[in-house]
Design a protein around this ligand. Structure first.
Ligand code: DLL
Length: 437
């Protein structure tokens, strides 16, 4: 066996490429992509005609703005194979998006796309300090969802032992962790919170009883307070991982050891931040909708994809030496916004308050009913609750007050015993909207 090298970078030349060279590479790749889709994808041919733009008009990165957007609706309308840029027999894998309504989006990968997706994961994992010595327990869902498979291939590329555990069955997960000394796990924030509960219930002290060092956590929005809760409960470091099926799944943007924003791999994607209403670009640092363009995808290139995810660009250089810009934690999706009694509310605002209170547990649910009634149900923590009625009332009032200050409307607060709200192994459903408006 070769000696282990704790490599700070997976592909240093790509990860630390000077900005001018990185931008030149982006322009070259963009032009190739645009030429290819103009040739082979009828949707883009039509969109280019409508926008009166041709591939030759793309002479600088600023010309990107002349290109039309692609939306989730475009992908659905092109289902199943309408956006393929290669013959079907050159594709190797199909994933679909986890959309909530209507037809799914079909995402195809060529052999090169499968390999590139794994490369970006390898790059991302190594940026967190992972090496081939690490034991990787993949607790994401295997299947049409990109989360598990893409990460699986990336970890194998590094040379880790990969345990394809999938989600659920917490006792078996724990057994695997104990017997194979798992160091790194990959899961959603909601499952991570639930798993922390299980460890507490089983009397496991992860710092003493397990070998866990890090968790790659993503696939749904979560707050800094939730990160801290997971880190505390599982005794490890949490690295934020962002991606979407339309862009290969996980590995689009990932935190490095600095844990201060996620490097978005700009040699594979061009990022823009726009005003979600007007579609106009926003100045660096401002929060808006993330728009992504693929630069190297063969089977299904996508131009200026409206992700609906809200974030901002962190434009300062990172201490890790990577030159790819970072994006801030996603604060929610443009579609997630709730309007309650005329007030705009993002579920993340509520989560931030709840997860910051030590007396509360790790699970919550927002229920909207009747004409416009909001109830926030939240579990108490095992340790933080003594059962005394006056304490319950005081805690409820405290939460209601904090929520009112944050979201400007006072919801009903319901405190429930630990372990009584529905659990989630994949993406959590945090809002139930039964309003009759
Ligand atoms: O969730 C890909 C993925 C798998 C990412 C595993 C990270 C880890 P989709 O099912 O297509 O793909 O869902 C993509 O999930 O547009 C965001 O709204 C949300 N999302 C993903 N990662 C994060 C994150 C995968 N770290 C959608 N923070 C995206 C906030 C996230 N939201």
């Amino acid at each position: 066996m070769s000696a282990s090298i704790d490599r700070a970078y997976w592909k240093p030349e790509a990860e630390t490429l000077a900005r001018p060279a990185l931008e030149a590479l982006q322009l070259d790749r963009l032009r190739r992509t645009v030429a290819r889709v103009a040739e082979s994808v009828p949707l883009y041919r039509k969109k280019f005609e409508q926008a009166k733009v041709t591939p030759d008009d793309i002479r600088s990165l600023a010309d990107l703005r002349r290109l039309p957007f692609t939306t989730g609706a475009d992908l659905r309308a092109s289902y199943p194979t309408g956006m393929l840029a290669v013959p079907l027999d050159e594709t190797l894998r199909l994933h679909t998006s986890s959309g909530t309504t209507g037809k799914p989006k079909a995402l195809f990968f060529s052999r090169q796309d499968v390999d590139n997706a794994a490369e970006l994961i390898a790059r991302s994992f190594v940026a967190t300090g992972m090496t081939r010595q690490d034991i990787f327990q993949n607790m994401m869902t295997y299947g049409l969802f990109t989360g598990a498979l893409v990460a699986h291939y990336g970890a194998e590329k590094i040379g880790c032992l990969v345990i394809p555990a999938g989600p659920g069955n917490s006792d078996r997960q724990l057994l695997l962790m104990q017997d194979f000394h798992t160091t790194s796990i990959h899961l959603t924030p909601s499952f991570a919170l639930y798993f922390a509960d299980i460890l507490e219930k089983r009397g496991i002290d992860p710092r003493k009883d397990l070998a866990l060092k890090r968790a790659f956590v993503g696939a749904e929005p979560y707050t800094e307070e939730t990160r801290r809760k997971i880190e505390h409960g599982l005794g490890l470091r949490v690295f934020n991982s962002y991606g979407l099926s339309e862009m290969n799944g996980p590995g689009v943007a990932f935190e490095c050891q600095e844990q201060a924003g996620m490097h978005l791999w700009e040699d594979h994607y061009i990022l823009e931040i726009i005003d979600p209403e007007s579609g106009e670009p926003l100045p660096a640092g401002e929060r808006g909708e993330l728009v992504l363009t693929t630069l190297v995808r063969e089977a299904m290139p996508i131009l200026r994809y409206r992700t609906r995810d809200i974030t901002s660009v962190v434009d300062q250089p990172c201490a890790c030496g990577r030159t790819h810009r970072r994006i801030a934690r996603i604060t929610g999706r443009a579609d997630d916004m709730l309007i309650v009694r005329g007030v705009n509310i993002y579920p993340q605002q509520i989560e931030r308050i709840l997860m910051g209170l030590p007396k509360l547990g790790r699970n919550y649910l927002i229920v909207l009913e009747g004409l416009d009634e909001m109830t926030v149900k939240v579990e108490l923590s095992e340790a933080g609750f003594d059962g005394q009625l006056d304490h319950v009332v005081a805690l409820k009032n405290e939460i209601a007050g904090l929520l009112r200050a944050e979201i400007l409307t006072k919801p009903r607060v319901e405190l429930v015993p630990p372990g009584t709200l529905p659990i989630s192994e994949g993406k959590a459903k945090r809002v139930i909207d039964n309003r009759k408006l």
